[in-house]
Design a protein. Structure first.
Length: 180
């Protein structure tokens, strides 16, 4: 059964935990006071941020102050661990439509949560998502792997790595050289 929030009157994003062990949540308050919490992985959050940036680049969006969701109900009407999500733009009412499917939903099912957000809320949420992603562990400038407090053996550090070198491409090149 789909919880249709209509056009959200409040949106927010939060991160819980310390970098490297965080969980991420999007929170929406619908037009009729119904609430939904969407739990996401960091990669999903990054993809959503990119989608929002693309929508804003095409449609424009005004910068607005963050929404105060201190009144967010516990528990919300929908608490969804997102397996897949669809994002689209509806030019008729100039809103971004988000459909979220729970991890346990099958491919052909209706979304568990359906919400529309205004371009002003998209701009605010996009900024917040970028802040959350940037607040994670720094990445190695050479290989892009997140750094942690125990150190990092970079695979691109001129052979001085604690990580194994992947096989495949190099072996193919060696075999080609030996045959040629």
């Amino acid at each position: 059964m789909t919880l249709d929030l209509g056009t959200a009157r409040g949106v927010d994003a939060k991160a819980f935990g310390k970098p490297g062990e965080r969980t991420f949540q999007l929170r929406f308050i619908g037009a009729t006071e119904e609430a939904a919490a969407l739990w996401l992985e960091k990669q999903q959050l990054q993809a959503l941020s990119l989608a929002f940036s693309q929508v804003l680049a095409q449609t424009g969006g005004e910068d607005t102050p963050a929404t105060d969701l201190s009144f967010f109900p516990d528990p919300p009407d929908a608490d969804v661990h997102v397996g897949r999500m669809a994002v689209g733009y509806d030019p008729a009412d100039k809103t971004v439509v988000i459909q979220a499917h729970d991890l346990t939903s099958d491919e052909d099912s209706d979304p568990d949560v359906l919400v529309r957000i205004t371009s002003a809320d998209v701009a605010q949420l996009s900024t917040r998502l970028k802040e959350i992603v940037a607040g994670g562990r720094p990445t190695c400038p050479l290989c892009g792997v997140p750094l942690d407090s125990s150190g990092h053996g970079c695979i691109r550090s001129n052979g001085h790595s604690e990580q194994p070198v992947p096989r495949g491409r190099m072996e193919d090149d060696d075999n080609n050289e030996a045959q040629g």
